[in-house]
Design a protein around this ligand. Structure first.
Ligand SMILES: [Zn+2]
Length: 360
């Protein structure tokens, strides 16, 4: 027996169990986390809009929330191309200019002003992304923490303007671990080395003394704790934690944040793999927080991709692939359906997004 290389391994599932194919969702869905720009739309930005609308119709998707964090000219162009033509199908969020903070001691006030301008242009919310807490630096060269008080004017502006904030500030926990044979996202991190937040700041500090601690990345728990403090400090701001609050591996942590902060919500985008490998915990989570969870995908506009989500949420199918790719991109495991009841599906598929984003 020779050694088999991981890259060549293609196990075929030999399980004989009931299978369902869900062509269309039980209720029309709002995809509260997707992208229409060149970087994350999977090429759809270059295809004609009628083709996109046809794909959405085929998949039973009523509305897309575009989180491409464009500002000014980019935002105006995006709204002109999609949202103005089809206001019930597309809404757009704006973002922050992390690269400019190193030149601007007043970056929080600056972002508050920009948010107000974006709202005037038609932005329906704002997306805060991973540079915050991991890479964006202040004029002194320090990484700006997620709960840095200099950003308080920005969070307050979102509350004043009535704009929800989608926050994606951490990643799968394994992205913060060493990349060795024990890392459950080994293949994915080899594919995307820039998603690896290692070495950790704690490790670097220990190795070279406190002076060197800025050299590494903050630990996962440190980032989530800072996020928790910001949500508590701004009770008037509507927060939506992207990717199951950036902590899909730890639903107890997400639940604790939802319990303590009525202004906090989460979307499920790009976390079907995580939720589907803990179906008992995930089902209880959906039932308990049905009013606080938003459907989202973050994965382009392939109708088959949407159908997998419907199968996951609506059926109790066992051990099926969470992706249409040959090798599952987020880890080599399969998922189990949650079989959610209609009242929960209705809220998660659309009602919560309508209340928090579309109808305000
Ligand atoms: Zn996204």
């Amino acid at each position: 027996m020779g050694d088999l290389r991981l890259v060549d391994y293609r196990p075929v599932r030999r399980l004989r169990v009931t299978e369902h194919r869900i062509e269309r969702p039980r209720f029309p869905v709002v995809d509260a986390h997707n992208h229409l720009g060149p970087e994350f739309s999977g090429g759809w930005d270059e295809r004609p809009i009628p083709e996109l609308l046809a794909a959405l119709d085929e998949a039973g998707v009523a509305t897309i929330v575009d989180l491409d964090v464009e500002q000014r000219a980019g935002l105006a162009e995006r709204i002109a191309r999609y949202g103005r033509q089809h206001p019930t199908r597309f809404v757009h969020f704006t973002g922050l200019a992390y690269d400019e903070w190193a030149e601007r001691p007043d970056f929080g006030a600056l972002e508050a002003q920009r948010l107000e301008d974006a709202a005037g242009m038609g932005a329906r919310g704002v997306k805060v992304w991973k540079p915050l807490g991991l890479r964006a630096r202040d004029p002194q060269g320090h990484v700006v923490a997620v709960d840095d008080e200099r950003l308080d004017p920005f969070w307050a502006a979102a509350a004043r303007l009535g704009l929800p904030v989608v926050v994606h500030i951490a990643d799968p926990m394994a992205f913060f671990d060493p990349l060795d044979e024990r890392n459950e996202r080994w293949e994915e991190l080899h594919e995307h080395p820039d998603w690896h937040f290692w070495p950790s700041r704690a490790g670097a500090g220990e190795a070279a003394g406190a002076e060197a601690s800025e050299a590494g990345f903050p630990a996962f728990d440190e980032i989530l704790a800072a996020f928790d403090r910001v949500i508590g400090r701004h009770p008037g701001t509507t927060f939506i934690g992207a990717h199951v609050g950036c902590a899909a591996e730890d639903l107890a942590l997400v639940s604790s944040m939802l319990d303590r902060h009525p202004n906090y919500h989460v979307d499920i985008s790009a976390r079907m793999a995580e939720l589907g490998r803990q179906p008992y915990s995930a089902r209880a989570f959906f039932l308990r927080y049905a009013d606080r969870i938003l459907f989202g995908t973050d994965l382009g506009y392939d109708p088959e991709m949407y159908r997998l989500h419907y199968r996951f949420l609506e059926t109790m199918d066992e051990s099926f692939d969470y992706s249409t790719e040959e090798v599952p991109p987020q880890g080599r495991w399969q998922i189990h359906g949650l079989g959610l009841p209609d009242d929960v599906l209705r809220k998660v598929y659309a009602d919560n997004a309508r209340r928090l984003i579309l109808d305000r």
